[in-house]
Write a protein that binds this ligand. Structure first.
Ligand SMILES: NC(=O)c1ccc[n+]([C@@H]2O[C@H](COP(=O)([O-])OP(=O)(O)OC[C@H]3O[C@@H](n4cnc5c(N)ncnc54)[C@H](O)[C@@H]3O)[C@@H](O)[C@H]2O)c1
Ligand SMILES: [Zn+2]
Ligand SMILES: [Zn+2]
Length: 372
């Protein structure tokens, strides 16, 4: 079928909206119509080539969609089901999957990089009949897509939230949740700072608040992020363009520093500040993804002497197929404030403007494509 999609053909060049051909779903795949897809900072980084993925491809990895057609062998989904796309689809058999780290699935990682589905091919071709890659098993910047059944998590009928909120489960909610709950295993009273109060950071703040961490210090370069960070549960806000956050964090933690510094900006400067903000025994949880060639100047002297840890995390160690259904129920209670997270509805034609805005740190919360 013919679809419309934003195609990334070259890094750092505006994406054109093209008409593409979407092939039929194959074994254990579903064809979907997109309902909503968030614009994550990682999309801007892929666009710039900071997170290199093979081009041409159609990005978009934070999507809610409705099943239109099922391929052979599909047993769990039917036309009319709403689904959330997972951007890491565990194979179940590789070393990482067998070790209980499905978010690092080796098979998925290769397809993810190359823009293929699980059989190693794409379902998209352009008007010249040339292959176009599919973004992160989801291809959310397209009106329609084909996803693996196992990576399309069903939204039960009793959940009435709109798709622009539901899609957040696919990246920002899962990553923020996982960083706090799976990785930090944060407990009541743990001191936490979150560097970068965007879509991911706000969810980390929210889950730190639900876990009764204290203090929860939000750090951002933009004063415009203060109110939403406080609304999501931060106890303090530091504008790090006006003051050095490190001494202030020390002061707010009785001189000790943090149990957890959650780095959710990807900025090398914030990574260093996060490191200096730790108490002895503390951990930097590195969510933010800097450019592939970026380096950070961290004095390792304090790693042994203060027993500090830097812990990177992909998808917050989420096991998408296990965790998204229960997170969905939590979201349905309103506790995650996803109605406040989604601050603007956009269209496929706005993507250039959105990229510029997110790079200029002007996006508050999440901007989400809403499809007709
Ligand atoms: N590890 C993962 O699995 C994963 C998943 C999704 C996103 N990410 C990454 O997480 C990061 C955040 O994504 P997002 O969608 O929330 O981005 P965003 O653009 O919505 O938010 C980033 C925030 O960081 C702030 N910021 C920028 N530089 C800063 C600095 N030096 N100090 C403090 N704040 C600063 C910005 O003002 C903004 O509020 C990105 O790097 C993204 O690629 C990682
Ligand atoms: Zn993302
Ligand atoms: Zn695997």
């Amino acid at each position: 079928m013919k679809i419309r999609a934003a195609v990334l053909r070259e890094y750092n060049v505006p994406m054109e909206i093209e008409e593409l051909e979407l092939a039929e779903p194959r074994e254990k795949e579903v064809q979907v119509k997109m309902l909503a897809c968030g614009f994550c900072h990682s999309d801007a980084s892929v666009w710039l080539g900071y997170i290199p993925q093979d081009v041409p491809m159609v990005p978009g990895h934070e999507a809610c969609a409705i099943v239109e057609k099922v391929g052979p062998g599909v047993t769990k989904l039917k036309p009319g089901d709403r689904v959330i796309g997972c951007w890491m689809v565990p194979c179940g058999y590789c070393f990482q999957c067998r070790r209980g780290r499905p978010n690092l699935c080796e098979i998925s990682m290769k397809h993810f990089q190359e823009g293929n589905l699980l059989d190693g091919t794409s379902r998209l071709t352009d008007k010249n009949g040339k292959r176009v890659g599919m973004g992160s098993f989801i291809t959310g910047f397209a009106t329609h897509s084909v996803m693996p059944e196992v990576g399309a998590i069903k939204v039960p009928d009793h959940i009435k939230l709109p798709p622009e909120q539901l899609c957040q489960l696919g990246c920002s909610v899962a990553t923020g949740w996982g960083a706090v709950v799976n990785v930090a295993k944060a407990r009541e009273g743990d001191s936490v700072a979150v560097f970068g109060c965007g879509g991911i950071g706000l969810n980390a703040i929210r889950f730190a608040a639900l876990r009764n961490c204290n203090p929860i210090i939000a750090v951002d370069l933009e004063e415009s992020k203060k109110q939403i960070a406080l609304d999501f549960g931060a106890t303090h806000f530091i504008n790090s363009s006006k003051e050095d956050p490190v001494p202030r964090i020390k002061e707010l933690t009785g001189g000790a520093g943090l149990d957890y510094a959650i780095e959710a900006s990807g900025d090398p400067g914030a990574q260093v500040q996060a490191w200096y903000s730790l108490r002895a025994g503390g951990t930097v949880i590195a969510i933010g993804i800097p450019s592939i060639d970026s380096t950070t100047d961290i004095p390792m002297f304090y790693a042994p002497l203060h027993a500090k840890t830097i812990r990177g995390t992909l998808y917050g160690e989420t096991h998408p197929t296990e965790d998204l259904p229960s997170l969905m129920e939590v979201m349905n209670t309103g506790a995650l404030k996803t109605d406040k997270l989604v601050t603007r509805l956009i269209t496929l034609d706005d993507l250039d403007e959105v990229r510029e805005a997110i790079l200029a740190r002007k996006v508050i919360g999440r901007w989400v494509i809403k499809y007709d």
